[in-house]
Design a binder for this molecule. Structure first.
Ligand code: ATP
Ligand code: MG
Length: 562
């Protein structure tokens, strides 16, 4: 393609609204433009890469027997009411003025609708159906460019099986395909066990890339590879050991002491002797949560234990329930449900709030002084703690989710009545899986991982063009003739070339654009080298330059890419 005839509006300056490198470089390279918050247009160069990514996804999905659909983005609201997901998505779903319709944030409902109508017998199963389609989510904080958009492309796939064992098989096929897709896109990623969130289901894993721009926090062990979203991550954290003897319960005057640290300083004790209290409201009922020392409550774990609909208690509620403010609340005398983190199991000689402002209790024995505590793993894993699998140190960092595979089970087939008949003519709900990949996220994460201070660095596979052919001065006849010939010869040889044939652009400007756009190989045609019948090639990734004879250039380029 000729640069002079292409729409590639590169920018020299860093756009002010962009913070992360992928966003900055996609704007500067003329791949995308923002229309409004979280809504982007892909310009031809950007869209070219999107199509390549989709090609890789299609190849791997077809290889596991996936069949491609194209479902409507405009959905009847009614079917979403049946699965109760209008409520589950809440404000994240785009509602349109005509209340009968919504813009689909995902497609479990519509795929299950089709499954219900056509997959009637065990003989019709298994099936893997997928599509690459636009999704709409009214993300409250669209950010990081296309990484969190309000409209984005998702590859979503759904498996339909007759047994749980077959679901495991379909899940494994997707796991394999996902690895091939992300490897195929040269991404450095890792896989984490995840919580299934609003989707429901029995097992799920996320494919993640490490990034400061990520909104997920992950615990990872570089030693054994254990990785989990902190929502579910566990570590080997030592429990508080029960002392042989329990001292007696005693009330202590602790003026203005609110935090665990203040309590430790005031009483000259260690935080491992303190139980921190938090009150949550679950379905309108208060629950007291006890954590050891400064351990924080992991709300995802709490939601899993209690079963949803949980929120922290408000200050006025705390006062009504306990007679004290946050900082002075404790388990002794608390009338409602109490649950505690496993580290506190059967602890004694503990300090905690006395449910009276400015007072704490010492000598609390959880077996003697507090009735019916239930114990669960409720804590947020911290960096440096021991890996639950191998005991080595855990890292905790932010990451971006590229893709997600779920064992959905029968949540959607039951809600929508998608049943199949087994060998004996008995009806059962179809067992489903759902598998998503963010197409734009692949592109953005690729750029996050493949760039330098001058611009993008494309590897072969996703590069919009393989060769960036730079004619240094197109007004010189010999430069024009030689570069036109190289352009034609390379194009005829099937090599995708971006030909910078702009008449009046300065050499420095062309070099900067070539580095910014980042095609793997640059071929530079200039007057000086032509005098020796040579052109220069530069490898974008390494910066390595070499002079090549004019009549050897096609072979040289071909061998570079072979
Ligand atoms: P996140 O936790 O990042 O919000 P999600 O868990 O809501 O993502 P899924 O419903 O699992 O996402 O969707 C499948 C894939 O779609 C994700 O793995 C991600 O790559 C992509 N995706 C989700 N939301 C967005 C978005 N707002 N913009 C771009 N891609 C998205
Ligand atoms: Mg997800």
């Amino acid at each position: 393609m000729r640069f002079s005839k292409s729409f590639i509006p590169t920018l020299k300056e860093v756009p002010s609204d962009a913070v992360i490198q992928s966003h900055i470089l996609m704007l500067r390279a003329g791949m995308i433009r923002m229309v409004s918050a979280g809504i982007y247009s892909f310009l031809p160069l950007g869209y070219k890469v999107i199509k390549k990514i989709c090609g890789i996804i299609r190849r791997e999905m077809d290889a596991i027997g996936g069949q491609e659909f194209h479902l409507p983005a405009l959905n009847p609201r009614e079917i979403w009411e049946e699965t109760k997901r209008v409520e589950a998505f809440g404000d994240t779903m785009f509602h349109i003025k005509n209340r009968d319709y919504i813009l689909a944030p995902t497609h479990e409902e519509i795929m299950t609708f089709h499954a219900k109508n056509v997959l009637k017998s065990y003989k019709d199963l298994p099936q893997i159906w997928y599509q690459i389609q636009t999704k709409f989510r009214n993300e409250p904080r669209p950010r990081s460019g296309v990484i969190r958009g309000r409209q984005f492309l998702m590859k979503d796939a759904y498996s339909f099986d007759s047994t749980w064992g077959n679901l495991d098989h379909s899940y494994k096929l997707h796991d394999k395909a996902y690895r091939k897709i992300f490897d195929g896109c040269s991404l450095n990623y890792f896989i984490v066990g995840a919580s299934s969130g609003a989707m429901g289901g029995t097992g799920s894993e996320e494919f993640m890339v490490k990034s400061d721009a990520g909104e997920d926090t992950v615990a990872h062990c570089t030693h054994c590879g254990y990785a989990a979203n902190v929502e579910v991550a566990e570590s080997k954290s030592e429990a508080k050991k029960r002392d042989n003897e329990s001292s007696r319960l005693n009330e202590i005057y602790t003026p203005s002491v609110k935090s665990i640290d203040e309590l430790c300083t005031f009483l000259k004790i260690d935080e491992s002797q303190c139980a921190k209290s938090r009150i949550y409201i679950f379905n309108n009922e208060p629950v007291l949560i006890l954590m050891l020392g400064n351990d924080e409550v992991n709300e995802s774990k709490l939601i899993k234990v209690l079963g949803g609909n949980v929120r922290p208690g408000r200050p006025d509620e705390l006062k009504d329930l306990t007679g004290a403010d946050a900082g002075s609340i404790g388990p002794v005398g608390f009338k409602d449900k109490i649950i505690a983190d496993l580290r506190l199991k059967d602890a004694n000689n503990m300090y905690s709030g006395a449910n009276k402002n400015d007072y704490h209790f010492g000598g609390i024995d959880f077996l003697r002084d507090v009735k019916n505590i239930e114990y669960y793993d409720l804590r947020i894993v911290q960096p440096g703690e021991q890996c639950i699998v191998c005991g080595n140190k855990l890292e905790v960092f932010t990451a971006i989710e590229l893709g997600h595979i779920f064992k959905l089970g029968t949540k959607y087939s039951e809600a929508l009545g998608a049943n199949y008949l087994d060998e004996n003519g008995e009806a059962h709900p179809i067992i489903m899986g759902s598998y998503g990949i963010g197409v734009e996220r692949i592109l953005a994460c690729y750029i996050e991982q493949h760039h330098d201070e001058n611009g993008i660095v494309w590897e072969n596979i996703l590069a919009p063009f393989k060769v960036h052919l730079i004619a240094l001065n197109m007004r010189k006849e010999e430069v024009e003739a030689a570069s036109e010939k190289i352009y034609n010869d390379l194009s005829s040889a099937g090599v995708e070339v971006l030909f910078d044939d702009r008449l009046d652009a300065q050499a420095g400007f062309k070099f900067n654009d070539a580095d910014l756009l980042g095609m793997p190989l640059q071929v530079i045609v200039g007057e000086k080298k032509l005098k020796e019948n040579k052109v220069e090639i530069k490898v974008r990734k390494t910066g390595k330059r070499e002079d090549v004879k004019l009549d050897e250039i096609i072979e040289k380029v071909k061998s570079f890419f072979s």
